[in-house]
Design a protein. Structure first.
Length: 744
């Protein structure tokens, strides 16, 4: 019996070891910040690289929005050892299983890690034999107010409509004997106030959620064995900087320092109190163990293993997303926490700008892009990572309700496509040149007008998180209800403006004017909107019945009867019943395949959807793997194995920079997170799809590609499977009762 127990334990340990992600490493230093490696945890991200013998890293934290809604970095840190690394045995390693970066030559080590539970960065230097001095320098390019250049406007929420003289305000930086403190403080007046005035919402301003007023963010670099050496200055890439250098008191085999961060809305004194409180909580040995345990557990939730670059990059990108697992704010689609000096993104363009730059703003969220970052978290089982994105809408939907009441006199949250972190349309896309009498609730923008259905995807994510994991989503139900109610009430309101009837001759809503993404404009019953409304209403109805919520059910039943159907004509799904023009390159006629899953493997109408994918002229014209393009997802959902494989290899192959999961810029910026997110979804759909109570294994996976995975399905189910040499050699569903639901 003892031998049997030991054997079972050994096999269990072997499986756990096999589930660990492989470390990723470089054997030579880097040329510049574009050749950096991501590191992070909690809600902190760093770009780490070694250049000219120094270890450098940019430090970013989720939610660091300035008065213009730029997502600012905390600064750059430079570590210099008096005894340099030996280049013949140099290694820079991303230790994925434990979530840290290590630089070593076999005799000296620099380890950088983030406490997952507290906003604290730890840096440890150790030597096996010789002693070394260590210098650490905090470098900042925000030591004075900086006028924002023409191209630089796009890092703010003002973008192309930035007023003359707009500046990024300087930080406050205070050097003391034992450490340097740095912070950025927003005033009471920010872009929020300009947006409220522009959009004629002053009457309700006092009721609006405002997350950037009096926001203070920053931190302190501190090490007990370091003393202040003095200031320095220089230029890195295209930005001048000043530096504050701290030197170890004496040469030693061990050195350590920490960077503690804090963010709050309030006074500087309150911010400093929060910073000190966090510093008092640091217990390095305990915090290291808890952090390593968190990463170990994270990698056991799910995994995909194989020999292809696509699978390796899937894992690397999932690590990048996990670095914002506990943040208040979602990971931005246009770079997340890992942007670097913009001149290295596209040297051919005018990008001689500060390291804070990213295209398409920091506080404004483009919902069509954001959604692709978050859909794959369901099958990954990363429900804690999903929560910040759901909370984003939870915080802002009340402001969107105020818009509907003020402008149109009805209920429901009007959540637009380009939406600020306070729930109002983005300042430039609302339009600065608006004709007299133009509806004040509308954006004056050819791409974005009438596009307000993407919020329904985040509603669906919440409902799916409950179906998958039993997540408590009661807090989100009023938001979901409000999003549906907007479409119901607003389109009856619009119909009533045109004539005497609120519904068409069949008693259905007339969703006109509408929009199929940013592409099919002036749409009548846009397919993406119809599919969204039908799917979310059905899912919310199921939830209401499960919770015995008769009030919600009584509202949803008649709403269901008012929803129109998806338009199918000439054997293909149409973008809408009618539309006026094509503005962009989104294939929204395939949204009923994904994200709305009305068509696909194991579902009715598969051939109609395949015909649309393979023969629709615009679907063919728009086909691509770049950026947010979803063709690989649709091919996988439709069981088109060869096509899905071709597109996946293009999409999830190595990006243009040294770290292979730094894709982009695509349509947005580098690292392109919606590029990676859409690739993750495609890979998952190739491996496993769920239809009603059935779980389809390898529905679009090539038989000659060996792979092993663990993914999540509904009902707190996980599925582990392995395909080897064309045969399924291992399958396990947990709980075991779901084994009968597997379809090969």
């Amino acid at each position: 019996m003892k031998k049997l127990l030991f054997f079972c334990f050994f096999i269990h340990c072997l499986l756990v070891v096999n589930a660990q992600p492989k470390d990723y490493e470089w054997r030579t230093p880097s040329k510049n910040s574009s050749e950096s490696m991501p590191c992070g945890g909690g809600d902190i991200g760093m770009n780490v690289w070694v250049e000219n013998g120094d270890v450098l890293f940019y430090l970013s934290r989720s939610g660091s929005f300035d008065e213009n809604n730029t997502l600012l970095k905390q600064g750059r840190f430079r570590i210099h050892l008096s005894v340099p690394f030996s280049m013949s045995s140099f290694r820079q390693q991303l230790k994925l299983n434990e979530g840290y970066v290590q630089v070593t030559d076999g005799q000296k080590w620099v380890q950088i890690w983030v406490d997952v539970y507290k906003p604290v960065v730890h840096v440890e230097v150790s030597c096996e034999k010789e002693r070394t001095d260590v210098e650490v320098t905090y470098e900042s390019w925000r030591t004075r107010d900086r006028l924002i250049a023409s191209r630089e406007r796009f890092q703010t929420s003002y973008k192309f409509a930035a007023p003359k003289g707009l500046a990024t305000k300087r930080d406050s930086i205070m050097a003391a004997t034992d450490g340097v403190t740095f912070f950025h403080q927003n005033g009471a007046e920010t872009i929020f106030d300009a947006t409220v005035a522009q959009q004629r919402m002053d009457a309700v301003k006092d009721r609006l959620y405002n997350p950037i007023k009096n926001l203070v963010f920053g931190g302190r670099l501190h090490g007990n064995q370091f003393v202040y050496k003095g200031k320095t200055q220089g230029r890195y890439a295209s930005s001048d900087y000043e530096g504050w250098t701290y030197l170890s008191k004496r040469p030693s085999q061990r050195h350590a320092f920490v960077i503690t961060l804090a963010t709050l809305q309030g006074s500087v004194d309150e911010w400093q109190d929060l910073l000190k409180q966090t510093e008092r909580q640091i217990q390095t040995k305990r915090d290291l163990k808890l952090t390593r345990d968190w990463w170990h557990q994270f990698w056991q939730r799910s995994y995909v293993e194989g020999n292809s670059p696509a699978i390796r990059n899937y894992t690397l990108f999932r690590y990048m997303l996990a670095c914002n697992s506990r943040g208040q704010w979602p990971t931005k689609f246009n770079g997340g926490l890992f942007t670097f000096d913009p001149e290295y993104v596209n040297p051919a363009k005018e990008y001689q700008l500060s390291p804070d730059f990213r295209n398409w703003g920091g506080g404004v969220h483009t919902a069509q892009n954001q959604r692709l970052v978050y859909w794959p978290m369901l099958k990954n089982g990363d429900f804690d990572l999903l929560k910040p994105q759901l909370d984003f809408y939870l915080h802002i939907y009340k402001n969107a309700e105020e818009r509907s009441r003020l402008y149109w006199g009805h209920e429901g949250a009007c959540l637009t496509e380009q939406i600020e972190n306070y729930g109002l349309p983005c300042y430039p896309e609302y339009g600065t040149k608006r004709p007299a009498g133009f509806d004040p609730g509308m954006e004056r923008n050819a791409w974005l007008e009438y596009e307000w259905d993407t919020c329904l995807e985040f509603c669906m994510m919440a409902l799916e998180a409950h179906r998958y994991h039993g997540m408590d989503i009661e807090a989100y139900i009023p938001m979901i209800h409000s999003c549906l109610r907007f479409f119901d009430e607003h389109y009856q309101y619009l119909a009533n403006q045109r004539g005497a009837k609120r519904l068409d001759g069949n008693g259905k809503l007339v969703l006109y004017p509408g929009s199929g993404g940013e592409t099919f404009k002036g749409a009548y019953n846009a397919t993406s909107t119809v599919a969204a409304l039908r799917t979310v209403t059905t899912a919310l109805m199921a939830y209401a019945k499960e919770q015995n919520d008769t009030s919600l059910t009584s509202y949803l039943l008649p709403l269901t009867s008012r929803l129109p159907d998806v338009t199918v004509r000439d054997g293909m799904i149409q973008p809408a019943l009618h539309y006026e023009r094509v503005q962009n390159v989104e294939t929204t006629q395939l949204y009923p395949v994904f994200p709305w899953r009305m068509y696909g493997v194991g579902r009715p109408g598969l051939e109609v959807a395949r015909n649309t994918y393979q023969n629709d002229s615009l679907a063919l014209k728009f086909r691509s793997h770049v950026g947010w393009k979803q063709d690989a997802i649709w091919a996988a959902c439709l069981g088109l194995t060869d096509e899905a494989t071709r597109l996946l290899e293009l999409k999830m192959g190595d990006g243009p920079h040294r770290f292979p999961a730094f894709w982009g810029p695509g349509y947005d910026w580098t690292p392109d997170h919606n590029w990676g997110g859409s690739g993750m979804i495609a890979l998952q759909e190739m491996l496993m799809q769920e239809v009603d109570d059935k779980i389809y294994l390898f529905p679009a996976w090539p038989r000659n590609h060996n792979v092993r995975f663990k993914l999540h399905a509904s009902g707190n189910t996980t599925v582990e499977a392995e395909l080897k040499d064309g045969k399924v050699v291992h399958v396990k569903a947990t709980p075991s009762v779901r084994q009968k639901d597997l379809v090969y």
